[in-house]
Design a protein around this ligand. Structure first.
Ligand SMILES: *[C@@H]1O[C@H](CO)[C@@H](O)[C@H](O)[C@H]1NC(C)=O
Ligand SMILES: *[C@@H]1O[C@H](CO)[C@@H](O)[C@H](O)[C@H]1NC(C)=O
Ligand SMILES: *[C@@H]1O[C@H](CO)[C@@H](O)[C@H](O)[C@H]1NC(C)=O
Ligand SMILES: *[C@@H]1O[C@H](CO)[C@@H](O)[C@H](O)[C@H]1NC(C)=O
Ligand SMILES: *[C@@H]1O[C@H](CO)[C@@H](O)[C@H](O)[C@H]1NC(C)=O
Length: 502
């Protein structure tokens, strides 16, 4: 299904103009001289200063070179500034996410300037032409920044550009052309077509700001057909749900939406996952109490097996506005799962268990249902598919819940039957323990089989097996602590062995 969307998108591009192969070649057009940056005469891009009261309205434009426009627009040079840059526009109009992002920025940072960069004239052409125009618009923004810095003595450490789709590359070009670096660029699903293999200067890259963070939400298919850029282009690159189609954006979801809201929502099918990048960022601004976490991982597959939920050495980070500005020289690909609607946060758990069998048995694609019971709530019968279970090996998988369960107390596992055959001749494994690691709290808990013997009997198509929080594990930890106290004795001032052994 995902591939269909990409192809549709490309077809749209190609029908409009049969020049899909056009590549951005105009790299040397910009001269070596830096005189242009102080020349504000031919700037075509408009800079709309928005207000919290009327976030949708273009009330006033900041004009580089015209000092009066500063006071006139109420631009306050001692406040932080956000510059929002839109992408390719089929309609030639601002999309509705723009005022939502403006509102969310003011809600989070009331004392700020929010500028909407308007390059609609150059963005509503055929895709390849609009893509080529990112250079010109980036140049215009670089001149605005130069003017703010030189004439208004504006501190670039206060400037944060947020670019969506083609707008992310516009921000990158602008950041590359200014003499001093702006504080931050956030790339919201930077456009893929014509940019996947482009040079650093022509697309978003880590050198374009002191800190560059990127959300990839619509990458799929081969790199040259992907709507969103696939390669990492920032200091931190986050791939929610693997970066491909986002939850709530399937063909079925869209058909349902069209049924409810009418045919004009068809374009949502093309944009849903792409635009999710914006809504994830908005979520991070307005739902501070539900901050989503992303985890560094070598691949989407490893993440989906739950292998990457560590927070050690900056391996995890906040998604969106509150990100920790970690700069590493190598690329930093991070992953997380999200829900289908705002707030998008989910809780991540790695579940690990060792299965025993006398016989040599390996089964692939096994359906299971997992239930978690915690101090704050429970989540029952989450359906998952285990890619492989094999005698005397450890299986590991990722499970997410939309609710905060608190401290986990119990885990229930049911192995569903995948065929009629297995009903008459069910496969079995013995399981002693279930190990669970929670990404959000970083806690690790061992659960023991709830049976008289040491093992639970996990039967294909059979009864569920339950594991409860291991007392033994807790005792052994207490034991270790007591032991440590005994060894270090008086160095633990104010504590005694008896109280620590509770
Ligand atoms: C760029 O300008 C500098 C000084 O203005 C000059 O030394 C250099 O040769 C120029 N480079 C190119 C590629 O024109
Ligand atoms: C500009 O912003 C600063 C800091 O928020 C504030 O103290 C000051 O009063 C503002 N100036 C104007 C003219 O609003
Ligand atoms: C702009 O990009 C080019 C190519 O990556 C790079 O060599 C140059 O240093 C960049 N300039 C700035 C100011 O970052
Ligand atoms: C189990 O089967 C695999 C492959 O079929 C084989 O490599 C392995 O040696 C077998 N192990 C035992 C204990 O029979
Ligand atoms: C699995 O381990 C058990 C006990 O360690 C052993 O008896 C059994 O033969 C092993 N099964 C396989 C297939 O190697």
């Amino acid at each position: 299904m995902g591939k269909d969307i990409t192809i549709l998108f490309i077809i749209v591009i190609c029908i409009v103009k049969s020049t899909c192969e056009i590549y951005i070649t105009e790299t040397s057009a910009i001269s070596n001289s830096t005189d242009w940056i102080g020349d504000y005469t031919d700037i075509k891009t408009k800079f709309s200063v928005r207000s919290a009261e009327e976030p949708e309205e273009d009330l006033c434009y900041l004009v580089p070179g015209i000092k009066d426009s500063v006071a006139h627009c109420g631009f306050n040079k001692s406040r932080p500034t956000f510059a929002i840059i839109h992408g390719w526009s089929v309609s030639g109009l601002f999309e509705s996410w723009i005022h939502k992002l403006v509102t969310a920025l003011f809600e989070r940072v009331p004392e700020s300037n929010v500028i909407v960069v308007d390059w609609l004239d150059r963005a509503q052409l055929h895709y390849p032409s609009s893509a080529g125009n990112t250079r010109l618009v980036g140049r215009d923004i670089a001149r605005l920044i130069h003017w703010l810095e030189v004439d208004l003595k504006y501190d670039l450490a206060n400037l944060h550009m947020l670019g969506y789709s083609l707008g992310a590359h516009v921000a990158g070009v602008a950041g590359n052309l200014t003499n001093n670096k702006v504080n931050r660029i956030t790339g919201l699903d930077p456009a893929g077509p014509l940019f996947e293999y482009a040079e650093h200067a022509n697309r978003l890259s880590p050198g374009d700001a002191k800190f560059v963070d990127v959300l990839h939400t619509n990458i799929m298919g081969s790199p040259d057909l992907s709507i969103g850029i696939q390669r990492p282009v920032g200091h931190v690159d986050i791939y929610p749900n693997g970066g491909t189609a986002q939850p709530g954006c399937s063909l079925q979801d869209t058909l349902q939406m069209m049924k409810n809201f009418g045919m004009y929502h068809f374009d949502q099918l093309l944009k849903c996952s792409h635009e999710r990048s914006v809504h994830l960022f908005i979520d991070s601004l307005v739902n501070q109490q539900q901050q989503s976490m992303a985890y560094r991982c070598s691949s989407k597959d490893a993440f989906n097996r739950g292998l990457c939920l560590s927070c050690r050495k900056n391996r995890c980070n906040n998604l969106g506005y509150g990100i920790n500005k970690i700069r590493t020289t190598r690329s930093n690909k991070m992953y997380l799962k999200t829900g289908a609607t705002m707030p998008y946060k989910v809780f991540h758990y790695q579940m690990k268990f060792h299965v025993f069998n006398q016989q040599n048995l390996t089964l692939n694609e096994q359906p299971i249902k997992v239930s978690l019971f915690g101090t704050h709530g429970e989540k029952e019968d989450v359906q998952l598919v285990l890619s492989s279970v094999s005698s005397n090996t450890t299986s590991s998988f990722l499970l997410t819940t939309d609710v905060d369960l608190g401290e986990l107390l119990r885990v229930r596992l049911r192995w569903d039957s995948d065929s009629y055959f297995s009903f008459f001749n069910p496969n079995k494994f013995l399981v002693r323990r279930m190990r669970v690691k929670a990404g959000e709290t970083q806690s690790k808990v061992v659960f023991k089989a709830e049976s008289y013997r040491e093992f639970a009997n996990l039967v294909q198509g059979g009864d569920p097996v339950t594991f409860t929080k291991s007392k033994e594990a807790r005792n052994s930890r207490t034991h270790k602590r007591t032991h440590r106290l005994k060894i270090h004795g008086s160095s633990f001032k104010g504590l005694n062995v008896a109280s620590a052994g509770m």
